[in-house]
Design a protein around this ligand. Structure first.
Ligand code: HEM
Length: 376
């Protein structure tokens, strides 16, 4: 018997049973179809535990290396923590048909996908490149009127084009890979979940919540993938906010004064894989504090519920009602009082005009802002 964990839920597998059958028996909402290792609909990723060879044998090496398996082919040999597929790992091979040049330098690619590509107009995707961080964005536009090719605008934004499309006339038939497509920003924010006051009571009226959060954020602040998001945020502040948010969510009492998850994370690019990684650290912290599977499942529901407001592949603007507030830019201000440069610590006199970042609030002195000069 192995203990299987999936998005906050747990189930014990039975002798000879596959992961898919165990999940279906327990009533987990899992996509599946052929159950014979062909269609790949039940493909998922293991982030803890051993993947039996037979469970991944039919997958390409790239996916095997990332921990992917087919749930219908996986008879567990150890406890496992499993997550759904991450969109950033999903790559489709495409064949270029035509390049339509555009005045702004962001060409429209007309192409055919070698396997089915399910998308709707406006969805972002990326052109697979050398490193994930530098992959140019594409916006999927729809289909070519006559030819039926898929059309996407390649957002080069002044960057050089990949070598295979440097001569648009010779590019016909070139193969490239497309990552995604990724979800566009949802039109509305997630409403809150119904409270679960008996959960709060079972967590010692919040004492165990605070203890778990302290362990969890110690892990987050020491974690190379998550720590960068928390630059300039103290651990005490984030624990306090998270505690109040969970207390309000679980008890229904109005104690949380912070922003809703969508706005507080609006600028953070958090792909599914990072969200899953966070949830794994949370699970580790909850287990270290001896929480039962039932308590973990009920707590996780309050976090998983907000995944659509937090997971994103490019930043979203901050929204207040119908208003869009653009915080991801610089502005200038004349200082009423002297201050110090946030980059080198040099003094900046009162009356100086400085550039500052709207969200971070960081100011630069004349030496640090270089060409974008600051004047007195
Ligand atoms: C990988 C996933 C996540 C990352 C990287 C992340 C990161 C952060 C960061 C950096 C802050 C501090 C923002 C600030 O004070 O300026 C924050 C705040 C917060 N996060 Fe998350 N978070 C994640 C997932 C979640 C989840 C699953 C929830 C629960 C629904 C959540 C709820 C909150 C709340 C309530 C705040 C306080 C908002 C405020 O500033 O008022 N976060 N998060």
């Amino acid at each position: 018997m192995s203990h299987l964990h999936y998005q906050g839920h747990s189930v014990e597998s039975r002798d000879g049973e596959t992961v898919l059958d165990a999940f279906l028996r327990a009533g987990f909402d899992i996509a599946f179809s052929c159950k014979s290792g062909v269609c790949r609909r039940c493909m998922m990723r293991s982030i803890e535990g051993e993947v039996p060879d037979a469970a991944a044998a039919k997958l390409p090496q790239r996916l095997r290396d990332a921990g992917y398996l087919l749930a219908c082919q996986c008879k567990p040999v150890s406890d496992m923590v499993l997550t759904p597929r991450s969109l950033e790992d999903m790559v489709t091979t495409c064949m270029l048909m035509q390049v339509d040049e555009q005045e702004d330098g962001n060409p429209i690619l007309n192409f055919e996908a070698c396997t089915e590509l399910d998308f709707h107009a406006g969805q972002p995707a990326r052109l697979v490149g050398e490193s994930r961080e530098s992959e140019p964005e594409m916006v999927l536009l729809g289909h070519h009127e006559r030819e039926g090719w898929i059309q996407a605008r390649l957002m080069l934004q002044g960057r050089p084009r990949p070598p295979w499309m440097s001569d648009p006339d010779a590019a016909f038939g070139a193969e490239f890979e497309l990552r995604g497509p990724f979800p566009s920003e949802p039109a509305s924010e997630m409403p809150g979940l119904a409270p679960d006051p008996s959960l709060w009571a079972a967590l010692d009226d919040g004492k165990r919540v605070r203890a778990v959060l302290e362990t969890f954020y110690r892990k987050v602040y020491a974690d190379p993938l998550l720590q960068p998001y928390f630059e300039r945020v103290t651990m005490d502040r984030v624990i306090g906010k998270q505690y109040a948010f969970l207390m309000q969510s679980m008890t229904g009492e109005a104690v949380y004064l912070g922003e809703r998850p969508r706005n507080s994370h609006h600028w953070m690019v958090i792909p599914d894989s990072i969200f899953d990684h966070r949830q794994k650290l949370m699970l580790d912290a909850q287990r270290e504090h001896g929480l039962s599977d039932d308590l973990i499942e009920r707590w996780s529901a309050f976090e998983e519920h907000f995944r659509p407001d937090i997971v994103k592949y490019s930043p979203w603007p901050r929204r207040i009602g119908d208003q869009v507030v653009d915080t991801e830019r610089y502005d200038t201000v004349r200082l009423d009082e002297a201050t110090v440069c946030d980059h080198c610590g040099a003094e900046i006199d009162a009356g100086t005009v400085v550039r500052y970042h709207m969200r971070l609030g960081k100011v630069s002195c004349a030496a640090c802002s270089g060409a974008l000069n600051v004047t007195s």
